[in-house]
Unconditional design. Sequence first.
Length: 387
Amino acid sequence: MSNLMSNYSPLDVTFTKGSGCWLTDSSGKKYFDALSGVGVVNLGHCHPKITQSIIDQSQELLHTSNWYRIEHQEELAVRLCKLANMDKVFFSNSGAEANEAAIKIARLFARQKDIDMPVILTAKESFHGRTMATLSATGNNKVQAGFSPLMSEFIHVDFDNLEAINKYSDNKNIVAVMLEPIQGEAGVIIPQQDYLNEVKTVCEENDWLFILDEVQSGMGRTGKLFAHEYNNLTPDVLCLAKGLGNGVPIGACLAKGKAADMLLPGTHGSTFGGNPLVCKVALSVLDIFEEDTILDNVNAMSDYIANQLKKNLEDCSAVAQIRVKGLMIGIGLDERIIDCTKLLQKALEDGLLINISGNSIRMLPPLIITQKEVDILIKKIIKLINA
Ligand SMILES: *Cc1c(COP(=O)(O)O)cnc(C)c1O
């Protein structure tokens, strides 16, 4: 019995403590968190510098309002813009809201171009959030079921297929393309190396905005601070959230050039967005990336994990594909050989937290994972798949 609405169906476990890669439940049992709270607690649970930052800021000031200047927000904007080579930022409380801001920017861009019925191209199997606009953008019927009429603004095209986008070059209503550099919720789908560059070129040729949803792939998850750095390009709009606050709710919509000048006074806002607490914590997250060589660890552990998975699972008939970019890890399984629906519960019993998307195991372990911890994780995964 619960007074909570039934939109979640949580596993029957309650965690009461966390430290680094590990969680402890109410009975004292320990679990390896290979999901980082779904890509949020990238620097590990209860990172001491984050904890201290929360204590310090909560003794100074939690919240004022965006009707007044906010020092930490301004500082965070400067640092994020510098890191991402962008011009301006809007701060939200979540990934969906960061994307919502991006979609509003695309609409205002359409007004400027005298387009009455603007359309944004997004990818099949994509995930952009649960608000009405972002679920319409999402390329997944399960997310949309029951919520029609959807916003007609989105056309879903095949991911990692330039032709599918090129086909719309003559369509005068297209204003933007919105993509995840690596599809996360879909089970870690990594496109070909130059896909994003080619899409960006098509966007430039057609005067479309190139919007990247890095809510999951950003903040070091792939071994660079932003996944699109692998392509040496800059999008017009970049959305962040999840790892940006390491557990405090903050999202960011960054924009460059013409896209940076769309939101004017009165066009958008958020009561909580970018308050002193969350911005201070996000600044501490950036500090830790600078001071603690987090990305070096991601890249070293990524290579090690990829090798270990290959070595131990390549010959396993249940394993169809191993996909690794940084510490975004997908293991495609053959459903004829292994029952994916049982894996979550089995892993839980063995003290391991993972996610199953379709017929893939998805893992997003903390970026601070050590080689010893990788060995523990790999052992549990092999046991899970071979059981
Ligand atoms: C998680 C996620 C979102 C939604 O973020 P919320 O904070 O849950 O609103 C959007 N896009 C991507 C790529 C995500 O992984």
